[in-house]
Ligand binder design. Structure first.
Ligand code: C5P
Length: 377
């Protein structure tokens, strides 16, 4: 069957979607800072977004089945020569009786149940493989939370950029990917560039210093350990997920359902361990305003886009896309929200990120040209 989207375009579409989604969520979070609202429990928001991600994937798997069914119905109509018309332009038009479509709608729920049974319930080993990245992401989200509470934002942002390098190392050791010397240089430039872009301005530093309570050395050490560990889980979980997505016939949406099942379970365990009392007092959905729901929805969609990027491109290219979206969101903040003043660091970082992006893809083109020339000779 012919795919709806040309496979060559999937990589580009998923990357553009990731840039837009990351930019959107950063802007929304910045914008929501100006509103006074009742606080919500972040661990419950993670569960809600995992659940929503799984639900959206169920709809996607179901629609895929429906698409296949309509195709098979057309095939059966053709084979049985039931309703077959010829238009003036000699094009073939197939009419499927309404009852047939309705029948196929009912059937597709049964097929969805069968598909989930075949792909998830009956393959416990395959399903449990996803517990590893899901558990690591759950730990990572909490490590980052610890890091943010014990470190200042600049140290946190700058240190977390090391995930670009841990991801590349995992790609080499776990996937056997070959990274050329100039690409390593480009990855280091990218990490330094993003660190510069996210470096707070002198105004922000003074404002934070006056409002923040100075953390002890032990707390800062814990925070630093937490963010360094998160760079390792980020690299390992992302590349492990890539390996699963790129081997075997299971679709990316089914894989995401498996990931969301474990994500929801691990998320609920974290709610139970850390926020059980708050949930008992004021409920699971306390403080859920429209903005919080939009953030949850964007997070869920973001998970799906990340999965598509990992499947059709790779984890390293994902790093470039998210770095570019950090710059894009700052530019939009400057022009639209007027809540960002670019510093010299920002300009230097932007130049580094853009140069790194071109440098990373550069050699490939040179190689492609020289191999084309060889073919011509
Ligand atoms: O910082 P890093 O790029 O490692 O973060 C990846 C994020 O994407 C994690 O918070 C993880 O929960 C999320 N994710 C997701 N669904 C996927 C893959 C990643 O929600 N299929």
């Amino acid at each position: 069957m012919r795919p709806i989207i040309n496979p060559n375009n999937r990589k580009l579409i998923s990357l553009v979607a990731l840039i837009l989604q990351t930019t959107g969520i950063v802007l929304l979070l910045r914008y929501s800072r100006t509103w006074k609202a009742e606080p919500y429990i972040s661990s419950t928001a993670i569960v809600a977004s995992e659940f929503l991600k799984g639900f959206i994937c169920l709809i996607l798997v179901w629609s895929e089945l429906l698409h296949i069914e309509v195709f098979y119905d057309i095939q059966s109509v053709l084979n049985n020569k039931v309703t077959f018309l010829k238009s003036r332009q000699n094009k073939q038009i197939f009419v499927i009786a309404r009852s047939q479509v309705e029948q196929s709608d009912n059937c597709s729920f049964a097929r969805l149940a069968k598909k989930l049974n075949d792909e998830i319930y009956s393959k416990p080993v395959e399903t449990f493989k996803l517990a590893i990245p899901s558990g690591l992401y759950a730990i990572q989200n909490n490590l980052l939370f610890i890091a943010l509470s014990y470190l200042n934002a600049a140290t946190y942002q700058v240190t977390y950029q090391l995930k670009i390098l841990t991801t590349a190392l995992c790609c080499v050791f776990m996937l056997g990917k070959k990274i050329d010397k100039h690409q390593w240089v480009s990855l280091c430039m990218l990490a330094i560039g993003v660190a510069f872009v996210t470096w707070p301005s002198s105004d922000e530093v003074t404002k934070r210093a006056s409002t923040q309570i100075q953390k002890s050395w032990t707390q800062q050490f814990i925070g630093f350990g937490a963010v360094l560990s998160a760079t390792l889980t980020s690299g390992f979980a992302g590349v492990y997920f890539e390996k699963i997505l790129k081997t075997g016939p299971t679709s990316v949406w089914v894989r995401n359902i498996q990931l969301a099942i474990f994500g929801t379970i691990f998320g609920l365990v974290i709610v139970f361990l850390f926020d059980a009392r708050a949930v008992m007092d004021k409920g699971f959905f306390q403080g859920y305003s429209t903005v919080v729901w939009i953030v949850i929805f964007l997070q869920a969609i973001g998970g799906l886009i990340i999965a598509a990027v990992i499947k059709y491109a790779d984890n390293i290219i994902k790093g470039f896309a998210t770095s570019l979206s950090i710059i894009l969101s700052s530019v939009v903040s400057y022009f639209v929200l007027n809540d960002f003043t670019p510093s010299l660091f920002f300009f230097m970082g932007t130049i580094l990120v853009i140069t790194a992006t071109f440098l990373y893809g550069w050699e490939k083109k040179v190689k492609a040209t020289s191999s084309n020339e060889q073919v011509r000779i």
